[in-house]
Unconditional design. Structure first.
Length: 458
């Protein structure tokens, strides 16, 4: 059984005295612990002028817990504190607390910076999406002693060990590094001109950071992404619409030649392929291989987006949206293209709702923060990455990723590519942005298409 603690967390954010603490903590020797981070926390309330001008906070809560000299957690009313943090508090030097002690023993402190929306089934922070540190508390002097604890993003996803805490760093902070690891960065060039009738508009996707994956969705490895990783993305350009039949016909007229044996398949009345539609059709091009999709993007000086870029935009560029339009399934049969396959009993196959794919941009709700359409429905989309399970090499690290692109084969699944997004055949949670699917390299189906991206100028 643990002994009663000889220390108490006495002061919380903005030095507010907590219940059960001395009315005047300065009357006894104490340690003031100051916290800082370079990570993305919520902006100061009232300062978010627009989505393009700030990085949404990925962690918003600081939990502090006292541990004994033996590394055992102390369970008492004054041994744990948690409070919301924002950029303004860090810049004001107000993220601090006091530790009252009789100086008879040295204790350690475990601090976890996490999002209040990312908790496990027991209500504890998910460490893979948090900054977790354990630090030795400084020896308390005769009056007030100051100690600094830096919670750097480089420590992201690593579970702290209170039995082996880092040494204390003394002194008061001289300024905050909050947000320096990831801040919004705009594109340095402008979007290219659209060609009338081809629906090939593009938008600048401002760079920033986000959490890829979602711990709430656990299922078959082909479809769910419960593991969460911190990812930083450079600015890039992304097509507003999925690549259409009209764009393909235009590429052929301009000299595009499919690789032998890889040309898109033609509609036969039942397979969902769109190539047999009129040449000016603005339905997405389907029934093509990953190689052809990649070659069509390259033909126009573009490329397929990476899995991380695709999900970054679809999830709100740091807002952690479950669907491209938000966190609630507000879709209906008129504003998102889904559940339109009679073979699968699609509930939208009713009078007035045609089966199959729709013209790109038809789902007016299915629009991302940058104005990109059909990331939730219409057709699923090829991305650039080779498929890896989340336990395999490309996604096994818990440390932050910079502009990741998977290029190694899955040891278990072989040479497959990642497909993102829902389709007209799906319903409900299948439209969530964290959904990821392994797809054979050369498979032709009517429910998979693509869109192109390109790098911003250096």
């Amino acid at each position: 059984m643990s002994r009663l603690p000889r220390v108490t967390l006495a002061i919380a954010v903005v030095a507010a005295t907590l219940p059960g603490c001395s009315d005047d903590p300065e009357q006894r020797p104490q340690l003031i612990v100051h916290f800082d981070t370079d990570g993305p926390v919520p902006a100061r309330p009232g300062s978010e002028s627009s989505t393009d001008e700030y990085q949404p906070g990925l962690v918003d809560t600081l939990r502090v817990w006292l541990y004994g000299p033996d590394g055992e957690r102390l369970d008492c009313a004054g041994c744990m504190r948690s409070f919301a943090v924002d950029e303004g508090l860090y810049r004001d030097g107000a993220v601090s607390l006091g530790v009252v002690s009789d100086r008879s023993e040295r204790h350690s402190l475990r601090a976890t910076l996490y999002s209040a929306t990312r908790l496990d089934d027991q209500g504890a922070p998910v460490v893979s999406a948090a900054i977790d540190v354990a630090v030795q508390l400084a020896e308390v002097g005769d009056a007030v002693t100051h100690q600094q604890i830096d919670m750097a993003v480089e420590q992201w996803g690593q579970e702290a060990d209170p039995s082996q805490p880092s040494p204390a760093r003394m002194g008061q902070p001289g300024g905050s590094a909050v947000g320096q690891w990831a801040s919004t960065s705009a594109c340095s060039t402008i979007a290219g001109p659209a060609v009338p009738g081809l629906a090939n508009d593009e938008v600048c996707v401002a760079g920033g950071a986000f959490i890829i994956g979602n711990h709430k969705f656990v299922g078959d490895y082909h479809f769910d992404a419960p593991e969460m990783r911190l990812v930083r993305i450079n600015p890039f350009f992304l097509d507003v619409y999925e690549f259409t039949v009209a764009r393909y016909r235009d590429a052929l007229e301009r000299g595009f030649i499919p690789m032998p044996g890889t040309a898109p398949k033609t509609w036969d009345g039942s397979n969902g392929c769109t190539l047999g539609l009129p040449a000016d059709s603005l339905k997405p091009l389907t029934c093509l291989s990953w190689e052809t999709a990649e070659a069509l993007c390259r033909f126009d000086g573009r490329r397929l987006p990476t899995e991380a870029e695709w999900e970054f935009e679809a999830s709100g560029r740091g807002e952690s949206r479950i669907y491209p339009w938000g966190n609630s399934f507000d879709a209906n049969c008129n504003n998102v293209v889904f559940a339109r396959d009679a073979f699968f009993g699609g509930r939208c196959v009713v009078d007035g709702i045609p089966t199959g794919q729709a013209w790109v941009g038809s789902g007016l709700l299915d629009r991302s923060v940058s104005g990109v359409y059909d990331l939730g429905g219409n057709v699923s989309e090829y991305v650039a990455d080779v498929w890896n399970r989340q336990s395999e090499l490309c996604w096994a690290a818990t440390t932050p990723y910079d502009n990741p692109l998977c290029t190694v084969l899955s040891p278990l699944d072989g040479d497959q590519r990642v497909v993102k997004g829902g389709t007209y055949t799906y319903d409900g949670d299948s439209l969530r942005v964290s959904r990821r699917t392994a797809f054979p390299l050369s498979q032709y189906v009517g429910s998979v298409g693509f869109r192109c991206a390109r790098d911003d100028a250096p």
